[in-house]
Design a protein around this ligand. Structure first.
Ligand code: C2E
Ligand code: MG
Ligand code: MG
Ligand code: MG
Length: 286
């Protein structure tokens, strides 16, 4: 069949293109239905502050979207967010995420009795949506949330593909009082130098850097250097993708502020976060 394909390249490619276009079209319809029928739900992954206390304390949670289809399958964001981004559907989906996550945070703070932070992922398309700052402000007010508890995670591509526009958008978002984090830092094309000119509060070092830490001395050195540089710029640092105790032990030797990863907590329903918070509170007052 391989030989056949190469002798009819045009036919093969056009068929393949048609199939891809049909798949995109079907996914588009399914996503529109999913918005209407509220088939999305959120998981929350704890983010731990790396202070002196042991075990590390939950400082905040990151909202991560999932899609439960009518067939009962749970689909992870990598399989629909890129498409939603392309079609623009990420804007209504993202507005739902903001409203839902803020509502959960408000309830979580009430039941826990102490402030907890919330991080939300904002895709490049959402970032450029003129209504975003207003939506954020509205939802902060509706849920009576202190803005400083909320962090918007933005990727390098959102910021650096539209650099002139980006500064203005960042300033509008900052005006609502929320924090701004640069997610997946280090795998895109930003430089530490450019960061200096942006109103960023936090850097999230991509988990790709952690995979070979501490075995690879080069990778370990890279992470240390990013942490140090961010601290010099007055930006706090979160390292994601912590899967082993050895990685945690290494990060304790750095000035990294917060960590996140499967070792300490996977994404989970909000009820489990509530239980975790209660557990740590009980053990610290015991
Ligand atoms: P992200 O924001 O960088 O989120 C981290 C992803 O890494 C999550 O995958 C999380 O489950 C996973 N992760 C966390 N700790 C570990 C670890 O120790 N090891 C490994 N191997 N993985 C870990 P998830 O939930 O599948 O999300 C993937 C991406 O989808 C996110 O990357 C984010 O870019 C996007 N995304 C998720 N939720 C939303 C959303 O509500 N809106 C937008 N626009 N994008 C979202
Ligand atoms: Mg994120
Ligand atoms: Mg990330
Ligand atoms: Mg990512």
């Amino acid at each position: 069949t391989h030989a056949k394909r190469s002798s009819q390249p045009f036919l093969f490619y056009s068929k393949e293109h048609t199939r891809q276009a049909q798949n995109r079209f079907t996914l588009d319809i399914q996503l529109r239905k999913a918005i209407k029928k509220q088939e999305f739900f959120l998981h929350f992954q704890p983010i731990f502050s790396l202070g002196k206390e042991y075990p590390p304390r939950i400082a905040s949670v990151e909202a991560l979207i999932r899609w439960k289809t009518p067939k009962g399958e749970t689909i992870c964001p990598a399989d629909f967010i890129p498409h939603a981004e392309q079609s623009g559907l990420i804007v209504p989906i993202g507005e739902w995420v903001i409203a839902e996550a803020f509502r959960h945070l408000s309830l979580l703070i009430q039941s826990h009795g102490q402030p907890i932070g919330l991080s939300i992922n904002i895709s490049p398309r959402q970032f450029r949506d003129h209504h975003l700052p207003l939506r954020i402000a509205e939802q902060l007010k509706r849920n009576a949330l202190p803005p400083a508890l909320v962090t918007l995670e933005i990727t390098e591509s959102a910021v650096f593909e539209h650099e002139e526009q980006a500064l203005e958008i960042l300033q509008q978002l900052k005006a609502t009082g929320v924090r701004i984090s640069l997610d997946d830092f280090g795998v895109g094309n930003s430089s530490l130098f450019k960061l200096k000119h942006l109103p960023l509060d936090e850097l999230k070092i991509d988990r790709a850097f952690m995979v070979d830490v501490p075995e690879s001395s080069a990778d370990t050195e890279i992470v240390s250097t990013i942490v140090k540089t961010a601290r010099i710029l007055g930006i706090s640092v979160v390292v994601e993708g912590i899967e082993t105790q050895a990685q945690l032990d290494f990060l304790r030797t750095t000035e990294c502020d917060c960590i996140q990863g499967f070792l300490l907590g996977r994404p989970m329903p909000i009820e489990n976060i509530q239980a975790l918070l209660k557990q740590t509170q009980d053990s610290s007052t015991a």
